[in-house]
Ligand binder design. Sequence first.
Ligand code: PXG
Length: 288
Amino acid sequence: MQIYIDGSFYSESEAKISVFDHGLLYGDGVFEGIRFYNGKVFRWEKHRERLYKSAAAISLTIPMDPDSLTEALLETIRRNGLTDGYVRLVVSRGKGDLGLSPWNCPKPTVIIIAAKITLYPEESYEKGLKVVTCSTRRIAHGALSPMVKSLNYLNNIMAKIEASHAGAGEGLMLNEQGLVAECTGDNIFLVSGGRITTPPISSGALAGVTRAVAIEIANEFGIDVTEPQITRYDVYTADECFLTGTAAEIIPAVELDSRPIGNGKPGPVTRRLITRFREITRMEGTPV
Ligand code: PXG
């Protein structure tokens, strides 16, 4: 494996960053998880745009222009000889001292790892995931914007631990008002009476790249997607539910808090969306 760090490539055992990097000391940095399929990077421009916005929001200047970053990303994939896989792109505040101040970190660290991805088993797509509501609430806008894809994932990790303890495949996260925001690493959608809804970004959801693709596909099918505030009641009583994320793609959720959603099986709308999503990922993207 060849890993990109600040303009050079290293083997996995040689790929090292400073223990004084504020990404490690404070979770001070941003990242993206990106997929490439069939030799093409899926929705790279959208991931790149979100990365630069996340960085801007935390006052972090990415030390590369967008074109150079694209070239670094593609070169990392090429060097690893992969046609299908996952990329983790991290920009941390960089090496500083033990103090909080980012001003003592002169240069952000850019890391790009391209790897094979361990997917959810196909069974999860055929049978659907069980989901439980986590007691850990989604981080509040007033603390740190949940739109920032930052290296501070403790909030989601706490929720993920709860979901795992409950034997669930994903955990549902509510915002401070108790409204549905998203899952620990996926956005959530409902299908009810032929209509599709998903919580608004303002509820505390990440503006997921896959979320946007799911909305596009639904529109292509002539199904309107609206973004009302969503409660757990809406999930319990929906006909279908599915989750979207770079790792999970589009995956059915068939149970919330031990209540079956719809008939407790992946529904027809979800299945159609999954099929179309798989077609699109094979076809489009930035060539490696
Ligand atoms: N919400 C959150 C909180 C996320 O972290 C999504 C939604 C989906 O966004 P995209 O753009 O990927 O459609 C994410 C995705 C994982 C994993 O292993 C997922 C994410 C980050 C790190 C790991 O499932 N983010």
